[in-house]
Design a binder for this molecule. Sequence first.
Ligand code: ZN
Length: 170
Amino acid sequence: MQMKKAVLMVASAVFIMSCGDGTTTNETKAKEAPMETEAAPEEDVPAEVTLHIDGNDQMQYDKTELTVHQGQKVTLVLRHTGKLPKKAMGHNWTLLKEGVDWEGFDKEALKYPDNDYMPKDTKDVIIHTDMIGGGEETSVTFDAPPKGTYYFLCTFPGHASQMHGKFIVK
Ligand code: ZN
């Protein structure tokens, strides 16, 4: 009787061990496969990206939509391709937090002529460039916000109706 019990216990132990090993191996394989699949598209997304947008003397940006990916370090280069000075045809690139009404923000910005039409201590802005005039260039670097659709605009008086666009984070 005692011998039989011992044999059974050993047999069970061997069974459990081999079963455990088998499960572990399978799990490892199962995890590796989808991870490789998921990682593939991410490899195509560089950690840093530089975006260019131009503003001209006709109160226009050359782009109405910019797209980045979540987690990217973004450098936005704003170039003023016109000739008019900042006081007459200033341009900036102002990125608003998600859900902020750009028309309402633009009206608020009118109250800050001494601050290049940028509301002081505002909580509505993610990042903005300096205000520049014709022939000038400026840039800002920031971390892309979470996935979503955001608005950007130029806050110089009267410009935003033409100079605004969507900033999409995928
Ligand atoms: Zn402008």
